[in-house]
Design a protein around this ligand. Structure first.
Ligand code: NAI
Ligand code: BGC
Length: 256
């Protein structure tokens, strides 16, 4: 129970990686605020699952890419759950398109959700921590191997995740005097709804598996343990770092 007495806000926690992280943090003792895009059956089911761990679970909803929504969600979270110790910026979207076909609307949606959202939610979180007046706090961003690795046809996504990498590095320095650590988790290919199209295409999956040295797609639980570690005292001296959890995908190279 490494996170007893802590409270975490996890965005996009109604599905996929965010849901697994929320559950794992709860199993480690944390109370959870699920920040979901919409208050729907999926979000309610995630809350029920969290409550079965014996921890408190609360739901706030809104569009992370909308600054007013992000601030309202942070305020509502504090109102419901009390002081927040851990922010997991997990919500994200990707939209496939050839570079020449990318619309302004799709570009804006990807950048708003994946970069502007974490930026202003983290700002709201840090203002909250500063108001509390005691040092400490954890920011964990779910970026991607594509904060580093090119991904043709997903240029807006790569721009957002690359931006998240530099935001993390910058904030690690700027927020260190407040005792706040900031790190990224960069998953490889994980079986979640974001990969729905990929997973319904067996040829694409087998081509991808050839690039993954461990020979399988990752599961959300593969990522969740790392988030629990970064949220815990064991990671107290880590900040400004990206940790990859990708089955070896990123650095896979062999001469045939
Ligand atoms: P997912 O599609 O299940 O999760 C995305 C979540 O973000 C959903 O719950 C969705 O409702 C929420 N969301 C989307 N737009 C939102 C908005 N504007 N406001 C609030 N919430 C919003 O997929 P997954 O895989 O769990 O994605 C979670 C994160 O992991 C994303 O940031 C994604 O980029 C990242 N990631 C996923 C990988 C994968 O292979 N599944 C690999 C690397 C990174
Ligand atoms: C993307 C997935 C992709 C994975 C590995 C993630 O960031 O969201 O669609 O399968 O990276 O390329």
């Amino acid at each position: 129970m490494r996170l007893q007495g802590k409270t975490a806000l996890v965005t996009g926690a109604a599905t996929g990686i965010g849901q697994a992280i929320a559950l794992r943090l709860a199993q480690e003792g944390a109370n959870i605020v699920v920040a979901a895009h919409h208050d729907n059956a999926q979000a309610q089911a995630a809350i029920e699952e969290l409550r079965r761990t014996g921890r408190q679970a609360y739901l706030v909803s809104g569009d992370v890419g909308n600054v007013a929504d992000a601030r309202t969600m942070m305020d509502a979270a504090v109102q419901a759950a009390g002081p927040i110790d851990i922010l997991v910026n997990n919500a994200g979207v990707e939209i496939r398109a050839a570079f020449t076909d990318v619309s302004e609307e799709d570009y804006d949606r990807v950048l708003a959700t994946n970069l502007k959202g974490p930026f202003f939610l983290t700002q709201a979180f840090v203002r909250h921590l500063r108001q509390r007046g005691q040092p400490g706090g954890r920011v964990i961003n779910i970026s991607s191997v594509h904060e580093e690795l090119p991904f043709p046809h997903f240029t807006s996504y790569c721009a957002s995740k690359g931006g998240l990498r530099m935001m993390m590095r910058n904030l690690a320095i700027e927020l260190a005097p407040l005792g706040i650590t900031v790190n990224n988790i960069a998953p490889g290919a994980i079986e979640t709804p974001i990969n729905r199209n990929l997973m319904s295409d067996p040829a694409a999956v087998s081509a991808l598996l050839k690039n993954i040295p461990l020979g399988r797609l990752g599961q959300p639980t593969d990522v969740a343990g790392l988030a629990a570690f970064l949220a815990s005292d064991d990671a107290a001296y880590m900040t400004g770092t990206t940790l990859y959890v990708d089955g070896g995908l990123l650095w896979n190279y062999a001469e045939q």
